[in-house]
Design a protein around this ligand. Structure first.
Ligand code: DX5
Ligand code: ZN
Length: 224
C-alpha cells in the first residue's frame, strides 16, 4: 500500500557518535531528512556533502536534503553526487528561484522550496508548476527542539486551498519544526502530507522506533 503520509526523520536530533546505528533504527520512517546549515543564512553550522554521503551508505531510504545555506546553487551538484533524492532550497536565499529549481531538476532530483514562518506564500506560487514539494517551516530554521509556531497551521491550510484550485499538478506539502504526535494530525487535516520530525523521533523516551510509531499512530484517524 502506498503511504498517503510521509514521515521524514530529521537526523539533526540523532546522536552523531552513533549516527549509523540511529539511522538504522529509523528504518521505519519513509525518508531521512538532512539539515544543512551554513552559519550565515541560519545561526548554526551542521553538515555537508561528506555526511550526506555517509548517511547514504547507512540507509536505503530516500534522503530529503534541506539546504539552509546562502548561494545553494553552488553546492547542488555536490549534494546530488552525495546521494540526495530531493533538494530543498529556501526562497529567502534564492533570487533566481526558477533557475535554481531547474538546476535541481536537471540533476535528476526532486525539487522543493522552503518558506520561513515570516515569508509570504505568494513568493512560491510563480514557480509551483516546477516543484515536487513546498516546505512550510513551522519554526524559524536553525535548531531542532523548538516549539511549534501555531499560526503556521493556518498557513498550510491556505497553501493547500490555493494548490487545490484547478487541475494543475499538486506539489507535496511538507512541514518541518516542532512536529510531534500531539500536533501532527492537525497538519494532516489541513493538507500537509510530508512530516519532518527530529526530537519527537530521536529523543523519544522509548526509543527511535517508538517515536516513529507514535507519529504513524497519530496519523491513523486521518489516513484515507
Ligand atoms: C530546523 C530544521 C528541522 C529540525 C526539526 O531548522 O529544519 O528539520 O531538525 O527538528 P525538531 O523536529 O526537533 O523541531
Ligand atoms: Zn529541516
Amino acid at each position: 500500500m502506498q503511504n498517503k503520509y510521509i514521515i521524514a526523520a530529521s537526523v539533526l536530533a540523532a546522536d552523531f557518535s552513533k549516527l549509523g546505528k540511529d539511522i538504522e533504527n529509523a528504518s521505519g520512517a519513509d525518508w531521512i531528512h538532512v539539515d544543512v546549515m551554513d552559519g550565515h543564512f541560519v545561526p548554526n553550522i551542521t553538515m555537508g556533502p561528506m555526511i550526506v554521503e555517509a548517511i547514504h551508505r547507512s540507509t536505503t531510504l530516500p534522503l530529503d536534503v534541506h539546504l539552509m545555506i546562502e548561494e545553494p546553487e553552488k553546492y547542488l551538484a555536490n549534494f546530488a553526487a552525495a546521494g540526495a533524492s530531493s533538494l530543498t532550497i529556501h526562497v529567502e536565499t534564492s533570487p533566481h528561484l526558477h533557475q535554481t529549481i531547474r538546476l535541481i531538476k536537471n540533476l535528476g532530483l526532486r525539487a522543493a522550496v522552503a518558506l520561513n514562518p515570516g515569508t509570504a506564500l505568494n513568493t512560491v506560487l510563480e514557480v509551483r508548476d516546477e516543484l515536487d514539494m513546498i516546505l512550510i517551516m513551522t519554526v524559524n530554521p536553525g535548531f531542532g527542539g523548538q516549539e511549534l509556531i501555531k499560526s503556521t497551521i493556518q498557513k498550510v491550510k491556505k497553501l493547500h486551498e490555493i494548490l487545490n484550485q484547478g487541475t494543475r499538478k499538486q506539489p507535496l506539502i511538507e512541514v518541518d519544526g516542532g512536529i510531534d504526535s500531539e500536533n501532527i494530525a492537525q497538519f494532516a487535516n489541513v493538507g500537509a502530507n510530508v512530516f519532518v520530525a527530529g526530537s519527537s523521533i530521536f529523543s523519544h523516551v522509548q526509543g527511535i522506533r517508538a517515536g516513529i510509531r507514535d507519529l504513524q499512530d497519530a496519523l491513523m484517524p486521518v489516513r484515507e
